[in-house]
Design a protein around this ligand. Structure first.
Ligand code: FES
Ligand code: FES
Length: 150
């Protein structure tokens, strides 16, 4: 079946199988910034923005994206690059596997709540697991990034 949707601000039409998940379809189409972790909606590394909401692409059927908008980190490249500078300055730039999904989640948070508290950030990002940083540096980096944007 064919699905037509907006990917990173450009219209795309892809052939997908009714059982395909968006994570697999994206990676088949060389969007490998979207990572595979648990494959069971627990780790968040497969996060994309679907109509502006951060969702785990490992649980979204590709057939359901027809007519919708999908954003991966390539679609917020400038914002992701700025966030990564703050990550580096706060000692949170380690293996980088979780960075694309984290940048997308921070972007979604910012759209929903431009002035989040420390607790708001922690609550919003609870589904974004990181195996390396211990979270404190990430949290500091995100706070400084959001403050700098205001
Ligand atoms: S791979 Fe999708 S949530 Fe872990
Ligand atoms: S920096 Fe390695 S998983 Fe987050």
């Amino acid at each position: 079946m064919k699905v037509t949707f907006i990917l990173n601000h450009q219209e795309e039409t892809w052939d997908v199988h009714p059982n395909d998940y968006l994570l697999d379809s994206l990676r088949t189409h060389h969007i490998v910034s979207v990572k595979r972790g648990c494959d069971t909606t627990s780790c968040g590394v497969c996060t994309v923005l679907l109509n502006g909401k951060a969702v785990p692409s490992c649980s979204i059927l590709s057939a359901s994206i027809d007519g919708k908008e999908v954003v991966t980190v390539e679609g917020i490249a400038k914002e992701a690059e700025r966030l990564s500078e703050f990550m580096g300055h706060n000692g949170a730039d380690q293996c980088g596997y979780c960075n694309p999904s984290l940048a997308l989640s921070v972007h979604a948070l910012q759209q929903e709540n431009p002035h989040p508290s420390d607790a708001d950030i922690r609550a919003f990002l609870v589904g974004n697991l990181c195996r390396c940083t211990g979270y404190h540096g990430q949290q500091e980096a995100i706070l400084h990034y959001l403050e700098d944007d205001q």
